[in-house]
Write a protein that binds this ligand. Structure first.
Ligand code: SAM
Length: 242
């Protein structure tokens, strides 16, 4: 069953233009067709009741919540091209609540201020598609591309920086995970292809970011994002959803 993010006003459903096109022209929906619409974190079963203009009515609210039990924020250093797109897609599938892109000193990719809006719009399309595909109940927020020193503005209860120079075992990661309490928010900071500079790690630590190792091997930046989010998500769902 097709699923879209939309707005529900009373019993009426409003979809974005691109989704109206997809439903009517690509899916060639018929009258009576059932679809799912996600609105503000809730999922609704809806029925197509008419065309020209498209009319969709709410049938009933579904009892479905596919979100992680805690708010997880991925702070990802800007990395090149497709790999950045992959990080956004997989972070969505892995339950990230918010993604913040960070311009670190060794980020090869530099995004000029005048380019930011267009980049963010393209990135948000990736997030929306990945959220629909993975049946999320929300699209991860992506509001900012920040400079490294702005990590001080990140509001999270538990903050980690994955540092490849950290003692190569996962004890540090496990230790931080075990401090997480119910409803606490978690931020994990991952560096770029060239890694973090020592002074960046020191700055993050002064702000309360705990250094964690992601194991004995050096992971690519995108792999490190996937790995960190997988471990955090698995830990949270095992701990609180079983
Ligand atoms: N400069 C590093 C090197 O080649 O030694 C490579 C950096 S790595 C490609 C990119 C980012 O992934 C790092 O900045 C770190 O955030 C994360 N990362 C990769 N492997 C890691 C590990 N074993 N422990 C902790 N973080 C890791």
């Amino acid at each position: 069953m097709q699923r879209y993010f939309g707005k529900i006003v009373g019993k009426q459903v409003l979809l974005e233009e691109t989704d109206v096109f997809h439903l009517t022209k690509v899916m060639r929906a018929k009258k009576g067709e059932l679809i799912q619409v996600v609105n503000d974190g809730s999922v609704f079963l809806c029925s197509v009741t008419g065309f020209k203009p498209l009319a969709i009515d709410v049938v009933r609210k579904l009892n479905e919540n596919n979100e992680l039990p805690n708010r997880v924020i991925l702070l990802a250093a800007l990395i090149k091209g497709e790999k950045m797109d992959l990080v956004l897609q997989k972070a969505t599938e892995l339950g990230a609540d918010e993604i913040v892109l960070v311009q670190t000193s060794r980020s090869v990719v530099k995004i000029k201020n005048e380019e930011k809006q267009a980049k963010l719009e393209r990135f948000r399309r990736i997030l929306k598609e990945a959220a629909e595909q993975s049946r999320r109940c929300k699209i991860p927020r992506l509001d900012h591309i920040i400079s490294f020193n702005q990590i001080k503005e990140i509001d999270a209860n538990v903050k980690m920086i994955a540092y490849e120079g950290e003692e190569g075992n996962c004890a540090s990661f496990k230790k931080v995970l075990e401090t997480i309490k119910t409803r606490q928010s978690i931020a994990v900071l991952i560096g770029p292809e060239g890694g973090f500079e020592e002074k960046e790690v020191d700055y993050a630590e002064d702000l309360g970011y705990k250094r964690i190792s992601l194991g004995k091997r050096i992971l690519r930046a995108e792999t490190a994002c996937f790995y960190a989010l997988s471990v955090i998500g698995n830990y949270l769902e095992r701990k609180w959803l079983n």
